[in-house]
Design a binder for this molecule. Structure first.
Ligand SMILES: *Cc1c(COP(=O)(O)O)cnc(C)c1O
Length: 411
């Protein structure tokens, strides 16, 4: 495996792009030996600029749900692109798409569309504050809700004032949630929650129904809005809002990433109760009403409703989890696999209550050399385009990599 063209592009990028790349694509976050640049993708596979092929377990960090280049989705996109994409007004698709969401998602009575997930979470934040003119927002420690000044994970360029009205609590911890609500007093505007805990560098946790139900109750008691951020997990857990599985209805849900299988669109959905507040906030964008991504999203949602994509993703995820468990047992090593199997996080416990990131990185680098793109500390994504053969190739690559690592550590 050579990465010559990639190295050349990295060198050029360093000169004309701050830090060579930014955000979640920042070079400093890449494992050593990981390609930065890609040239094409199809189904479950991704090719880097040097033409190495990978089974891609990152799915573009979430947007790929049904596999890259899905023919039906892309045909709808191209067809609308040729008719009109960004226009002086929206196409009819925006109404059809809002109707589709309202019919699919039980808590939702209305929809608004935007481009990035951060647009949707920022709209949720504003709508919650506009609802009863209150300020305090609760966010779980370590949860990611986007990269605007109110939520970006790094402090640079952010003022204390930007963060003045946020209170943190611990996910799945009813006591800490209650304490945060008490701290907000009469000024609680809303509570943000992820569908399950999918923070980086730490094992994922499914939602404790007691926590989700308490969040609902507290919002009702305080006349505040419950916001569930579905941007990463949406459509990967259920064909409805993710907490429909535990019987809790949010007031607002933010959606993004996978809604149009890779095409740029995100959404804020809300209940009747939050409709007036959503109508008060002024939010917009030059590209938010573009028709092509909406056409692509309509087809994606049709496939979500009509195919077994979700059951297939879960069965592929289970196959991977079982395969890695078998390796761990046979080789007597500990592998932590957390979260829903279709959104796996795989790390190596260090025996001291933490995780051995060095082994994690080496494991992923070893897989990369064997045609599998894994991530050492961010949850991964199974796509519906993956097959038994892709998973078996991955499990074999994991076994070969671990055999090599164990040999090195024994020597
Ligand atoms: C990615 C993500 C966002 C932000 O979405 P962007 O499209 O990157 O702006 C917000 N919340 C969660 C849970 C995410 O995973």
């Amino acid at each position: 495996m050579t990465l010559e063209k990639d190295a050349e592009l990295k060198a050029r990028a360093e000169k004309v792009i701050p830090n060579g790349m930014y955000g979640h694509e920042w070079v400093g976050l890449l494992m050593p030996g990981t390609p930065q640049f890609f040239s094409r993708a199809k189904g479950a596979y991704l090719w880097d600029v040097d033409d190495n092929r990978y089974v891609d377990f990152m799915c573009a960090y979430g947007p790929q749900l049904l596999g890259y280049g899905h023919p039906e989705v892309d045909a709808a996109y191209i067809d609308q692109l040729q008719k009109m994409d960004v226009g002086t007004g929206p196409t009819a698709h925006i109404v059809e798409l809002a109707e589709k969401w309202v019919s699919m998602v039980d808590h939702a009575d209305w929809a608004m569309f935007c481009k990035n997930g951060t647009d949707a979470t920022t709209m949720a934040l504003m709508a919650a504050r506009a609802y009863r003119d209150k300020k305090k927002i609760l966010i779980a420690n370590g949860a990611y809700h986007g990269a605007s000044n109110w939520c970006t994970p790094f402090p640079h360029g952010v003022t204390d004032e930007d963060r003045a009205h946020f209170i943190s609590y611990t996910y799945n911890d009813v006591e800490s949630l209650e304490a945060a609500v008490a701290e907000a007093g009469d000024d609680l505007a809303g509570i943000f929650a992820s569908p399950f805990k999918h923070d980086v560098f730490t094992p994922q946790e499914l939602p404790d129904p007691a926590y989700a139900k308490r969040a609902r109750e507290l919002c009702d008691e305080k006349d505040a809005l419950l916001i569930v951020d579905e941007i990463r997990a949406g459509l990967r857990i259920a064909r409805d809002a993710s907490w429909s599985l535990i019987g809790v209805k949010p007031d607002l849900t933010s959606w993004g990433k996978s809604l149009a299988n890779g095409h740029p669109i995100s959404a804020l959905l809300g209940s009747e109760k939050a409709k007036e507040a959503a109508g008060k906030i002024y939010v917009t964008g030059s590209f938010w009403f573009a028709g092509a991504a909406m056409a692509a999203s309509l087809v994606t949602l049709k496939l979500v409703e009509e195919t077994d994509y979700l059951e297939r993703m879960i069965s592929m995820g289970d196959r991977l989890r079982d395969g890695l468990d078998e390796i761990a047992k046979r080789r007597s090593i500990e592998i932590s696999q957390s979260g829903p199997s279709q959104m796996p996080l795989i790390m190596f416990p260090d025996g001291k209550g933490g995780y051995d990131m060095d082994i994690g990185y080496k494991f992923c680098t070893g897989l990369l050399g064997r045609g599998v793109y894994f991530h050492p500390w961010h949850n991964m994504f199974i796509s519906a385009a993956m097959t038994d053969a892709d998973i078996d190739l991955t499990v074999q690559a994991a076994d070969d990599t671990l055999a090599e690592l164990l040999q090195v550590s024994a020597a």
